[in-house]
Ligand binder design. Structure first.
Ligand code: 5RP
Length: 226
C-alpha cells in the first residue's frame, strides 16, 4: 500500500463521515495539499448534496471550481459545519504542524470558524512530539530579518523558504530545531512576534477528529474530551 493509497483511504473516510450530516444549505471548509486534493476529487461525486465550499487557498479554490463545486468567500458564509484538511504532523492531542504548502494563514482562519475540524492524514504524520517537521511562519516581507532574530532568541533556527510567496503576498520562514513540547505556549509566543501573520502550530484550535490512514485500515481518533 502506497502513501497515496493511505491518503485516498482517509479522504474517502472523511467523505463517508460528512455525507449523512450534510444538507442543501451546508458549506464545507476545504484544506490544501495532496491529501485534501484527494478529498476534493471525491467531493465532486456528492456536489448536489451540499451548497458549496470555502477554500483555504487559491489552488484549492481552483480545484473545487474545476469540479463545478461553488466556492464562497468565508466572510459571506454564515456557518461552516466541517473543515477537512491534512497536516504535516499531528500528535495524540490532535495538535498539528501545518503550512508545508504555505497555506497556513487561510487554513487557520477557516479552521477557527468551522464547528468540526477533521484532519485526514496518513500514518507517517503521527508523532509523539511535534517538531521534526520545520514549523512554518508566514511573515510580512519587511519584517523578515526582525522575525528571524526573534526566532533565534526563542531557541529556533529560522530558514527563509526560497521562492515562495503566499496567497496573501507574504514570505515563509521555516523554524528548525525548536522545542515544541508545549505547543500552545509556543504558538502563543510566536503570535506575539511583530511582523508574523500566522504560525503553523494548530494547538489552540486542534483537530476534533483524526482519520488516520494505516496499513491495517483507517483509524478514527476523536480528540479526547470531544
Ligand atoms: C498546507 C498544509 C497541508 O495540510 C500539509 O502540508 C499536508 O499536505 P499533504 O496532504 O500534501 O501531505 O498544511 O499548507
Amino acid at each position: 500500500m502506497t502513501q497515496d493509497d493511505l491518503k485516498k483511504a482517509v479522504a474517502k473516510a472523511a467523505l463517508d463521515y460528512i455525507t449523512p450530516r450534510l444538507n442543501d444549505d451546508s458549506v464545507i471548509g476545504v484544506g490544501t495539499g495532496s491529501t485534501a486534493n484527494f478529498f476534493i476529487d471525491l467531493l465532486a461525486d456528492i456536489k448536489t448534496s451540499f451548497d458549496g465550499a470555502v477554500a483555504s487557498s487559491d489552488a484549492t479554490a481552483q480545484r473545487l471550481k474545476s469540479h463545478g463545486i461553488p466556492v464562497y468567500e468565508l466572510t459571506n458564509v454564515h456557518e461552516l459545519e466541517f473543515y477537512i484538511d491534512g497536516a504535516d504532523e499531528i500528535n495524540e492531542r490532535l495538535e498539528m504542524i501545518k503550512g508545508g504548502g504555505a497555506a497556513l494563514t487561510r487554513e487557520k482562519i477557516v479552521a477557527e470558524v468551522a464547528k468540526t475540524f477533521i484532519c485526514i492524514a496518513d500514518e507517517s504524520k503521527q508523532v509523539g512530539i511535534l517538531g521534526q517537521f520545520p514549523l512554518p511562519v508566514e511573515v510580512i516581507p519587511m519584517a523578515r530579518s526582525h522575525v528571524g532574530r526573534e526566532i533565534v532568541r526563542l531557541g529556533g533556527d529560522p530558514q527563509y523558504r526560497e521562492g515562495v510567496t503566499t496567497d496573501n503576498g507574504n514570505i515563509i520562514i521555516d523554524i528548525h530545531n525548536m522545542d515544541l513540547s508545549r505547543p500552545i505556549k509556543v504558538e502563543e509566543r510566536l503570535n506575539h512576534v511583530v511582523g508574523t501573520v500566522t504560525n503553523g502550530l494548530f494547538a489552540r484550535r486542534p483537530a476534533d477528529l483524526l482519520l488516520l490512514g494505516t496499513k491495517e485500515g483507517v483509524r478514527s481518533i476523536p480528540r479526547k474530551g470531544v
